[in-house]
Design a binder for this molecule. Structure first.
Ligand code: NAP
Length: 312
């Protein structure tokens, strides 16, 4: 089968599409024929070798992408028999969705929502699970909460706006002015341009501050948090873990979200899609052979929503 991978860490040019053996399923794993796969900043981080390189070098060549949508090819799972359209994300630092087939654990895959095509479905799992787990589990978002989403126009942000609205919150979105129309269309009640008004300088007080982009750490953002405010960050920095430990039993508090694949959460996203409360925002669709250009665009940090690879 055809799969994207790289044999050494470096710039996007190290990416190759090669013919490799199809994956072998182990235990209760399902085999999926992949139709579309989405990229995330973590793909760029791993491939560039800026982190994890020393630990992962013995594993080279490494494969690419965690998000997939496709059709179950082989399964012993009564909920997802062969022929079912499915979507999901690989977890536990496994990559390889940018390939014609992938072996997945039961927790990593769910029935694809009605009304989406494969490209749209591949755009949702990792960012949707991140936003859901950050807002619902880490920040305990409740109806009526005032929520700040900083980095609102990227992959996680575009979904986080819609999930915060589905949870009943009042949403302020922070992104550059060029994307204000987009985030309003997704449901943001208020918008700010972080270039003119850094979120931590606002006079508003928020119940929840979701630092999606990763440059509004708790030390800064606490200035605009309510006394019982909850801050969540996507970027695991040592200082944030220290704050997380220090605020474990107090308010305002902070958490670092660590996204985990979970079928019940994928089902939750699918229901919101079917109820018209959640849609995928796809900026670019590339072919598998255009993987280097696709990663270059993700690396630019200017994507509006997701970059998706059409695999077949
Ligand atoms: N911990 C976890 O489990 C987890 C899970 C998922 C993602 N993440 C991390 O979360 C971060 C965001 O992921 P993503 O998929 O949303 O990334 P993304 O799609 O690449 O984000 C692109 C967006 O970043 C915005 N941006 C660029 N510079 C900015 C700045 N200086 N301030 C604020 N926003 C800026 C851009 O908005 P404008 O053009 O409007 O400025 C663009 O729309 C990444 O670091 C990713 O690795 C962590």
């Amino acid at each position: 089968m055809r799969a994207a991978r790289f044999h050494r860490f470096g710039p996007p040019d190290v990416l190759r599409v090669e013919s490799i053996d199809p994956p072998r399923t182990r235990g209760r794993e399902l085999l999926v024929d992949v139709h579309a796969a989405a990229l995330n900043p973590k793909d760029v981080l791993v491939r560039s070798g800026s982190r994890f390189a020393a630990a992962s070098r013995p594993l080279l060549p490494l494969r690419v992408a965690e998000d997939f949508a496709g059709v179950v090819a082989r399964s012993s799972d009564p909920e997802l028999p062969a022929g079912t359209r499915c979507f999901g994300m690989l977890g536990y630092f496994r990559f390889g969705a940018a390939a014609e087939q992938v072996a997945v654990k039961r927790s990593e895959v769910a029935r694809m929502p009605e009304g989406l095509d494969f490209v749209q479905a591949a755009a949702l799992p990792l960012v949707g699970l991140t936003a859901l787990q950050a807002l619902r589990d880490d920040a305990s978002t409740k109806p009526g909460d005032r929520v700040m989403i900083h980095g609102a126009s990227g992959g996680v942000g575009t979904v986080a706006i819609q999930i915060a609205k589905a949870l009943g919150a009042h949403v302020t979105a922070s992104c550059s002015a060029a994307n204000h129309e987009l985030v309003r269309a997704l449901g943001a009640d208020e918008v700010i341009d972080y270039r003119d008004t850094p979120p931590h300088t606002l006079s508003t007080r928020f119940d929840v501050f979701f630092d999606v982009f990763g440059n509004q750490p708790f030390a800064k953002a606490r200035a605009v948090l309510d006394a019982r405010g909850r801050h969540v960050s996507t970027v695991p920095r040592p200082a944030d873990f220290l704050w997380q430990a220090r605020t474990f039993a107090t308010y305002p508090r902070t958490r670092v979200v660590v996204v985990r694949p979970r079928r019940a959460d994928l089902d939750r996203l699918a229901r919101w899609v079917e109820e018209g409360k959640l849609r995928a925002v796809v900026d670019r669709v590339c072919s598998l052979d255009e993987i280097a250009d696709a990663e270059r665009y993700v690396e630019s940090k200017r994507a509006r929503g997701k970059v998706v690879l059409r695999v077949r």
